[in-house]
Design a binder for this molecule. Structure first.
Ligand code: PGA
Length: 245
């Protein structure tokens, strides 16, 4: 699975232009699940442009209630009605700038599942955590607070993204071995909580400076099931090169 997180980039016209260039060059790609998560305002253009393609569309965030007086928020039923099948939950930028916590990650994940959206739940350690050897403690805490509260049935329907914060937008990718170690650790947490079958089945994406020139090495790791791509998903040629690696 190769998912593009556009963050706060592109307007509706730029979205339509992206799909015009991107869709034809990935049309023959039948092995990968391709997903694009544009800003909310571009979802109608993205859904229209992705019609009759294998590209799925997702939101970058959601609120956990269905509707109400929550100015600025968007709910899971709204995303679903707009044509989304996916939604990113708990991205580190949401945690860092918008007070997302493990508790809200769990609520949002459950809300997404109630609307039959597939949540892509993000976890990952910061630079200080990595340097002080706290990576596993951070991942364990994020898993315990944001994911372990799901039922087995709910867990079977999520995707996890491991995104070390120090690798996001910095050009510093985790080496395939570092990423694989973190994925293996996450898989062991899944095994402990939800059983070995769940650990084997869960799809874990890597994110953080994924580019056309490093995707192959990352994807060669058996524990890495795909990528969540930020900057390199904005350019049709570079995201196509990643999808068609
Ligand atoms: P990046 O972002 O590929 O620009 O590092 C990844 C992400 O934040 O999902």
């Amino acid at each position: 699975m190769l998912a593009g997180n556009w963050k706060m980039y592109k307007n509706p016209a730029e979205t339509a232009a992206f799909f015009q260039a991107f869709a034809p060059v990935v049309a023959d790609q039948e092995q990968a699940q391709i997903v694009i998560c544009p800003p909310f305002v571009n979802i109608p253009e993205a859904v229209a442009a992705a019609k009759n393609t294998r590209i799925g569309i997702g939101g970058q965030d959601l609120f956990w209630l269905k509707e109400g007086a929550y100015t600025g928020e968007v709910s899971a039923p709204m995303l679903q009605a707009a044509g989304c099948q996916w939604v990113i939950v708990g991205h580190s930028e949401r945690r860092q700038y918008f007070a997302e916590t493990d508790e809200t990650v769990l609520k949002k994940t459950q809300a997404a599942l109630e609307s039959a959206l597939t949540p892509i739940v993000c976890v990952g350690e910061g630079l200080e955590d990595r340097e002080s050897g706290a990576t596993e403690n951070v991942l364990r805490a994020q898993f315990a607070g944001g994911i372990a509260g799901l039922s087995r049935e709910q867990f079977a329907r999520i995707t996890i993204a491991y995104e070390p914060i120090w690798a996001i937008g910095t050009g510093k990718t985790a080496t395939p071995a570092m990423a694989a170690a973190a994925h293996g650790f996450l898989r062991s947490l899944v095994g402990g909580q939800f059983g070995e079958a769940a650990a084997a089945d869960i799809r874990i994406l890597y994110g953080g400076s994924v580019k056309p020139d490093n995707i192959k090495g990352l994807m060669a790791q058996p524990d890495i099931d795909g990528a969540l791509v930020g900057g390199a998903s904005l350019d049709p040629a570079s995201f196509a090169a990643i999808v068609n690696y």
